[in-house]
Design a protein. Structure first.
Length: 450
C-alpha cells in the first residue's frame, strides 16, 4: 500500500518491476529507465515532424541542424574536458590558449568593420560636403549606428536593492568576492527568474548581480553562499565569451544576421534584395559559428572553474547540494505556475462573488515553495540525474551537464567552507529583502514566472 500522501505503487509497463512513485512528479522505472525523460521523447518527435517541413519552416529546420551540430561539438569538448578534470590529465586553470587569442582577433575585426563604416561616413560627409558623397556618408553612418556593438543593458526584470538598504547582503557578497579573488558588485537586482547571474553593464563596467528569488529561497544558507561563489567565480576564469570585446562582437553578429536575413515570401524586387544579401549573410553566419566554436571550450571550462570557487567558498558539500537543486528547478517552475493559476481562479471566483479575494496570497508564497521543495522525493533527484546523463549537452551547449559538474565536485578532495552564513546573519539578510520578497511574490502570483 502507498506509504505517503501522493505515493502510488504500480508495475512498470516495460519490465514489470514495481514502481514506487509520487503522482506529483514524473512516474518512471529505476530498473529499466522507462519514462525517465519524457521531455526528450517529445522533443525527438517534434524534430522528426519538422524534418519534412518546407518553405518558411525549412529555415527553422536548417537552424535546428546548425544547433544540433553546435551541440555535437559541445559534447566532444565537454567529454574531453570532463576527462581532464576527473582523471587528472591536465590541471583545470584559467588560460588564454590559441582559440581564445583567435577569438579576440575575430572580435576585433568585427568591431573594425563597424569602425570603418563610421569613419567612412564621417569622411564622405566632411570631404564631400555639398556633393553626392554626403548622401553616401549619411547612409554609412546610419548603417554604423544600426550595427554598433551593444553593451549589456540594465536587468529587464528586477527590483533593485541598494547597498544602503541591504548592507548585510552586500557585505556577504563582498566577503565571497574577496575569497574568490575579485571585487564585489555595484548593484543587486532581485527578480522572479529561477536563476542568478553577474554581468558587467555599461561603459564603466558596473557589476550587477541578478538574483532570482525563486532559486535563492529554495537553497540552504551555505548553498546560497555557493551560488554567490559560482557567479563571482566567472570573473578571471578565462571565459572570453563573457568579456566585453568578444561578448559585444557576438551580439553585433547576431544583429547583423537579423538585418541580412532573407525576406519571407518576397516580391520580385525583394528577391533581388535577398540575392544581394545572400553572400553577406553567409559571411556573418560563418563568422558567428566560428566565434561561437572558438569560445565554447573556454566557456565550459569557466563553469567548472566557477564550481571550484563555489566549493572553496561554501564547501564541497554545499556546492554539490547546489547542483542537486539546479537539477530540479523545473519543479520550482511547475509549483509557481500552479500558484499563479490558483490565484487567477480565486480572483475569478471573487469577481463572481463566490469567494473572498485572496489578497494575502503572495505573503506565504516563499514558505509554501520551501515546503514543496523539501517534499521532493529522492527518486526525482535520481531521475533528473539519469535524464541529464542521457541528454548530455543537448539542453545547453555552453554549460556542462549538471550531473557532470556535480561528479567533478565530488571527485576531488573535499573543501571546507571559507564563508559561513549563520542564522543571525541570514535573518538580517531576509529582513533586508522583505520588501523585495513581497514585491517579487506579488509579480509571480499576478504575472507568472515566464
Amino acid at each position: 500500500m502507498p506509504t505517503a500522501v501522493g505515493e502510488t505503487i504500480q508495475p512498470c509497463p516495460e519490465c514489470g518491476a514495481e514502481i514506487h512513485a509520487d503522482n506529483r512528479f514524473t512516474i518512471w522505472c529505476a530498473a529499466c529507465d522507462w519514462n525517465v525523460d519524457p521531455k526528450d521523447q517529445q522533443e525527438k518527435r517534434e524534430r522528426q515532424e519538422q524534418q519534412g517541413a518546407r518553405g518558411k519552416r525549412g529555415k527553422r529546420v536548417r537552424q535546428g541542424r546548425l544547433e544540433e551540430a553546435r551541440r555535437a561539438l559541445a559534447q566532444r569538448y565537454g567529454e574531453k574536458l570532463h576527462a581532464e578534470v576527473t582523471q587528472g590529465g591536465a590541471e583545470l586553470r584559467a588560460r588564454r590558449d590559441g582559440a581564445a587569442m583567435l577569438a579576440y582577433a575575430i572580435a576585433l575585426a568585427v568591431h573594425g568593420v563597424t569602425a570603418a563604416l563610421l569613419a567612412g561616413g564621417v569622411f564622405c560627409i566632411v570631404w564631400g560636403w555639398g556633393g553626392g558623397l554626403v548622401l553616401l556618408g549619411v547612409v554609412l553612418l546610419a548603417v554604423a549606428v544600426a550595427l554598433r556593438p551593444r553593451l549589456s543593458g540594465p536587468p529587464a526584470d528586477g527590483t533593485v536593492v541598494h547597498r544602503a538598504d541591504a548592507p548585510e547582503l552586500y557585505a556577504l557578497v563582498d566577503e565571497v568576492a574577496r575569497v574568490v579573488g575579485t571585487r564585489g558588485v555595484d548593484t543587486i537586482a532581485v527578480g522572479k527568474e529561477i536563476n542568478a547571474s553577474v554581468a558587467s553593464r555599461g561603459l564603466r563596467g558596473r557589476r550587477v548581480l541578478s538574483l532570482g528569488l525563486p532559486l535563492w529561497e529554495v537553497l540552504t544558507p551555505q548553498q546560497r553562499v555557493a551560488l554567490l561563489g559560482h557567479e563571482l567565480g566567472h570573473y578571471g576564469n578565462g571565459d572570453t565569451r563573457h568579456g566585453v570585446v568578444v561578448g559585444t562582437a557576438l551580439r553585433s553578429l547576431v544583429t547583423w544576421r537579423y538585418y541580412f536575413a532573407p525576406i519571407p515570401r518576397p516580391t520580385g524586387t525583394e528577391m533581388v534584395v535577398n540575392a544581394v544579401y545572400a553572400v553577406p549573410l553567409l559571411l556573418v553566419q560563418g563568422t558567428l559559428v566560428l566565434l561561437d566554436h572558438l569560445t565554447l571550450r573556454a566557456t565550459q571550462r569557466g563553469e567548472y572553474l566557477a564550481d571550484r570557487e563555489a566549493a572553496r567558498v561554501a564547501s564541497t558539500e554545499a556546492a554539490a547540494g547546489l547542483m542537486d537543486q539546479l537539477l530540479i528547478v523545473e519543479s520550482v517552475d511547475v509549483f509557481l505556475r500552479r500558484e499563479r493559476n490558483n490565484a487567477a481562479l480565486t480572483g475569478a471566483r471573487s469577481a463572481r462573488g463566490t469567494a473572498a479575494a485572496s489578497a494575502d496570497a503572495p505573503d506565504g508564497l516563499w514558505t509554501r515553495l520551501a515546503a514543496h521543495m523539501a517534499s521532493v522525493p529522492e527518486h526525482e533527484y535520481e531521475r533528473q540525474r539519469r535524464a541529464g546523463a542521457r541528454r548530455g549537452h543537448s539542453v545547453d551547449a555552453t554549460h556542462p551537464p549538471t550531473h557532470l559538474r556535480r561528479a567533478c565536485l565530488l571527485a576531488g578532495p573535499p573543501s571546507e567552507a571559507a564563508v559561513f552564513l549563520d542564522d543571525d546573519r541570514l535573518r538580517r539578510i531576509t529582513a533586508e529583502l522583505a520588501g523585495a520578497r513581497t514585491e517579487v511574490a506579488r509579480r509571480i502570483v499576478r504575472d507568472g514566472v515566464g
